[in-house]
Write a protein that binds this ligand. Structure first.
Ligand code: AHR
Length: 526
């Protein structure tokens, strides 16, 4: 890594209070904002999650009736207490790869009659003790917006529309009556539905070429919207940027499904596969690019099919995932609730998670839904072990952003030091995004430098900074520092002090490898 404008570092960090010795400060970074340069309203659904029937995400994750920590409905109170702080909005369910073999009728009705099934996506056993009704009950408790992915792998368009009737139909017909019989006369009102999952992936149950998936998706979409025309549909876009069908799949599908589609999905998992922290932290460039390319494809398709409809982006799986991304890690060996894909996250991963969120905010005009994959145990911010629970490093960026997300994204111009990364081109050492809310300005800053503290000056035009309402950050002793069950507090949020306000500018100091979220009280300026 070539850090431009840096002095030679000798820096000491103390993990629990984050004082650092001076002497390693990079050249100043200036951030320019203007209240008139608004990208778009930040859709609250950008801060969504994903709960899949895989490993210990559902069983031993959110749902463990036999645990002493369970509430009267079997939900683990410690887990849902910690999830509540993340204020997730849209919650995608039941998969993922699981969705492509799932028959929703197996998961409703009296639990003793629900069938135990072989689950082929993760070669496990599915007990079906948690299904649609339990998910909706949990979603209501958590204030989540349910988002259901139907089975377009081994399922049929008719089965998909029946599920819509079960969830949304007023009582009086077969499947809505079934719901009422299962305890809820009131419809569930599920607004967002996914037309399958990663159907472009050869690993997917029922994977077919784009032209065939497009027919399935269009048929299901018509039946589903005819059942409830208030729903919104997410069509499967490319699951990976590396697949040979990348973008060509998206074009074929969107052209055929046309205006039945409201959103196209994007998925992205990243990792430090070459043990190069500087390069890894620059991956945000590639996330920005993935969003822009997919948005470009949507606009292109809209023009080609002469549609007046604007298709938006649902980034409905994203996270860091590479240590446990292999066949053995998703093999449940014919057992229930195995320890599958339980990635252990470190500080650099938490910076990358913040980078994803910055990228979504910077593209608030086109990305309307995003779902962290996933929420508990499986590539998740929260891990359980018996009655214990651990908040991993990636929990903390989610907390910082969750509390500061309402408003309009502002264009964020960064001027300052940067470096040329090996794989992702030039990045500024500071990554930034900003949201203008009611009487407040939220700034999100990531210091990618491994060695140097940063001085960041924020200059907003048309906005008078009155005072700091709140300022928090996290960092850690090294890029690979982790929270563990034995030492759970290495990475946690701290108050960020010493923010100077002068001459309509704010000056902030950030330690190396840190994420900060600052909210200013503001007034309009003439
Ligand atoms: O989130 C884990 C898996 O990753 C999902 O089941 C699948 O959609 C993706 O490949």
């Amino acid at each position: 890594m070539i850090l431009l404008g840096c002095k030679y570092p000798t820096l000491f960090l103390f993990p629990h209070d984050y004082h650092w010795e001076e002497g390693n400060i990079m050249d100043i970074t200036r951030i320019f904002l203007d209240r008139e340069f608004q990208i778009g309203t930040v859709d609250p659904r950008l801060f969504g999650g994903f709960l899949e029937h895989i490993g210990r995400a559902v069983y031993e994750g959110v749902y463990e009736p036999q645990s002493k920590l369970a509430d009267e409905n079997g939900f683990r109170q410690d887990v849902i207490g910690s999830l509540k702080k993340l204020l997730f909005t849209a919650m995608r369910y039941p998969g993922g790869n699981f969705a492509s073999g799932y028959h929703w009728l197996d998961g409703v009705g009296p639990r003793t009659f629900r069938p135990v099934m072989q689950e082929l996506a993760s070669l496990s056993i599915e007990s079906n003790q948690f299904g649609t009704d339990e998910f909706i009950q949990l979603a209501r408790k958590m204030n989540w917006l349910p988002m259901i992915a139907v089975n377009l792998g081994t399922g049929t368009p008719e089965e998909a529309r029946n599920w819509v009737e079960y969830c949304n139909g007023p009582v009086g017909t077969k499947f809505s009556n079934l719901r009422a019989g299962n305890g809820s006369a009131e419809p569930y009102g599920v607004k967002i539905w996914g037309l399958g999952n990663e159907m472009d992936g050869p690993w997917q149950q029922g994977h077919v070429p784009a032209s065939q998936y497009a027919i399935r998706a269009q048929q299901a979409a018509k039946l589903m919207k005819d059942t409830d025309n208030s729903i919104e549909l997410v069509v499967c876009g490319s699951a990976e940027i590396g697949l040979p069908t990348y973008m060509e799949w998206d074009r074929t599908v969107l052209e055929y499904v046309g205006d039945y589609a409201d959103y196209i999905s994007l998925h992205r998992y990243v990792g430090n596969t070459t043990s190069d922290t500087a390069d890894y932290l620059a991956v945000t460039n590639s996330i920005d690019q993935q969003i822009e390319v997919t948005d470009g494809l949507c606009r292109y398709t809209q023009a080609r099919i002469r549609s007046r409809k604007r298709y938006y982006l649902a980034f409905d799986e994203w996270n860091v995932w590479y240590r446990t991304q292999n066949a053995e890690s998703v093999n449940g060996h014919g057992k229930i609730a195995q320890h599958l894909v339980e990635e252990e996250y470190n500080l650099e991963d938490a910076l990358v998670v913040a980078g994803f969120l910055n990228s979504f905010i910077r593209h608030a005009d086109v990305v309307k839904i995003a779902n962290l994959a996933q929420i508990v145990n499986v590539i998740a911010p929260i891990l359980t072990r018996g009655d214990q629970m651990l908040l991993q490093s990636i929990y903390y960026p989610l907390v910082l952003y969750a509390q500061r997300r309402a408003g309009a994204a502002l264009q964020t111009i960064v001027k300052g030091p940067g470096y040329e990364s090996k794989n992702y081109g030039f990045v500024h050492t500071i990554d930034a995004s900003a949201i203008l809310g009611e009487g407040v300005l939220h700034n999100f800053l990531i210091n990618r430098s491994i060695t140097d503290a940063a001085t960041v000056e924020i200059s907003p035009a048309g906005i008078q900074l009155k005072s700091v309402r709140s300022a928090e950050m996290f960092s850690g002793p090294s890029a690979d520092a982790c929270n563990t069950f034995d030492d759970p507090d290495t990475i946690q949020t701290q108050t960020l002090g010493n923010i100077e306000l002068a001459d309509q500018k704010a000056t902030v100091r950030l330690p190396p490898l840190s994420v900060a979220a600052i909210t200013f009280n503001i007034e309009d300026k003439e």
